[in-house]
Write a protein that binds this ligand. Sequence first.
Ligand code: DX5
Ligand code: ZN
Length: 217
Amino acid sequence: MPTPLIAPSLLSADFANLQRDVEAVNNSQADWFHIDIMDGLFVPNLSYGVPVVKAIAKYAQKPLDVHLMIVDPDRYIQTFAELGSANLTVHLEACKHLHRSLQAIKLFGMKAGVALNPHSSVHLLQDCIADIDLVCLMGVNPGFGGQSFIQNTLNKTRQLKEMILRSNSSALIEIDGGVGTTNAKELVEAGADVLVAGSAVFNSPSIPDSVLALKNI
Ligand code: DX5
Ligand code: ZN
């Protein structure tokens, strides 16, 4: 079984000790920092914005994997490129012209990601899978950390893996929401390449140990 990339979601970090938690992730086996941006419109919650991401970027020693849960995300592509994001993921449900958004993200030198809400079929990506670097399958309805995993995400992971292989695409499959040591193994077996984990990493006694537990499943 391949070893998954692990992307701790800072949404569950201790914001009063953000530098400490960023450094703990730096000193762990984690691969990316997962950064959740929420606007209170696309999802019923606000997270944090540009000044906080700037502060994170100052200390982060691993690539920033930014997940935009905002309406009309094209407005912020340049901003997140300037903040040093490696990956920029937009929601299929938030884009009028997804193909154009993907091209714009790549033009700014970032990897282009598309996130799918639990209700969106992976088949909606059939005609642009060749243009996608990363597909983020939501394991929960986006907006909050600590929710329970929606089991159908496993079927979606298998279907997406098949589509990627069939299309000769090099897109990575990322699973976001409700991921922990109880489901990590079956997700990787189903085709997941990247596991995002918020509460499983930060609501634990040791950040490096919980990252390692997910990596070594
Ligand atoms: C949910 C966010 C996730 C969230 C995951 O809207 O996109 O990244 O932080 O948190 P857990 O791992 O606790 O489900
Ligand atoms: Zn996320």
